[in-house]
Design a protein around this ligand. Structure first.
Ligand SMILES: [Zn+2]
Length: 316
């Protein structure tokens, strides 16, 4: 007779629906990974996105040898209403006018509770789960540098959304009034100066190498224009770090998002930007910002955060 493992008696599925790919990971109730699935994200309409999410959950569940599903968590890049369980706007997925009522669809299809949240918030939750296992960590900000820029904030171990759900949305904070015009209407927003798309605009690269990596390589090779461009971008990102530190005074600021794939060389540049600020100000130096900085933990922190949220259960 075999004893059932109490940890794998039920599975929690976390989905991180990205603009290009969807990471789906199944965990046991101790959040140990059981199986995963990576599929291209299907965008276009509310129906196609919903069908694709349901199919992905079903396909991953099929890999679990009959382990019953306990709950589902979903992270989506866009304007998410967690309490209503809907996505109101997600440009990358083609959701604009009609809301995506995904929580209800999952409940009907699988008869389990489901929760959704903005993808950056869930990456913050996932990173916090990993890092709080390594040392005592209450407060964390996750700065996602991707197509856009936004931060997810964890305070006292809980996701901090703020009264209107915009806590950490620093991408449209204007760093200078005479910078490039941002689509939000302001000039010099952090996002229009230092996001992945802003980097690609300032350092267009051909071929498979991401712009940030070819920019760093050119700067290391001594290209004056690359050095100037990289310093400028690093200065902007250093100000984002500083902004998160003085608004939330978090113990740790984690750098994530597509641009963070450039790894430690990007982190080195951001730290150089922080030191340039420190050289001008005893106050900034007193904040010891570089000691709080790190790259995102390895692994699918977005899907993990989705499972953390699903495991919490109840109302958001
Ligand atoms: Zn803006």
């Amino acid at each position: 007779m075999t004893m059932a493992n109490p940890n794998t008696s039920e599975a929690i599925i976390g989905l991180d629906v990205g603009g290009t790919n969807t990471n789906a990971v199944a965990f046991d109730n101790q959040l140990v990974e059981l199986a995963d699935l990576h599929v291209p994200t299907v965008s276009g309409s509310v129906e196609t996105v919903a069908d694709s999410i349901l199919e992905t959950i079903a396909a991953l569940h099929d890999k679990l040898d009959g382990t019953p599903l306990a709950s589902v968590g979903i992270g989506i890049p866009g304007l998410v209403d967690p309490s209503a369980g809907i996505v109101r706007h997600a440009v990358n997925l083609g959701i604009a006018d009609e809301p995506l009522e995904i929580v209800n669809r999952v409940k009907v299809e699988f008869d389990v509770p489901c929760r959704i949240e903005n993808d950056v918030n869930l990456a913050a939750l996932g990173a916090h789960h990993v890092l709080s296992g390594e040392y005592t960590l209450c407060d964390l900000a996750y700065l996602s540098i991707g197509t856009g820029i936004a931060a997810g904030v964890i305070l006292n171990g809980r996701l901090h959304r703020g009264g209107r759900g915009v806590a950490g949305e620093i991408g449209h904070f204007p760093l200078s009034s005479d910078g490039p015009l941002c689509e939000c209407g302001l000039r010099g927003c952090l996002e229009v100066c230092a996001s992945g798309s802003a980097i690609a605009r300032q350092w267009p690269s051909t071929g498979p190498t991401p712009p940030i990596e070819s920019l760093i390589a050119a700067a290391i090779a001594g290209d004056d224009e690359a050095i100037e461009t990289l310093d400028r971008i690093a200065d902007h990102l250093a100000r984002a770090i500083y902004l998160l530190a003085v608004t939330y005074d978090v113990d740790r600021i984690v750098i994530g998002g597509g641009v963070a794939e450039a790894g430690t060389r990007l982190l080195d540049e951001i730290e150089n930007g922080v030191r340039r600020l420190e050289n001008q100000s005893d106050f900034v130096r007193s904040l010891r910002l570089t000691e709080r900085l790190s790259l995102k933990p390895a692994g699918a922190v977005g899907a993990l955060g989705a499972a953390v949220l699903a495991r919490l259960g109840g109302q958001p």
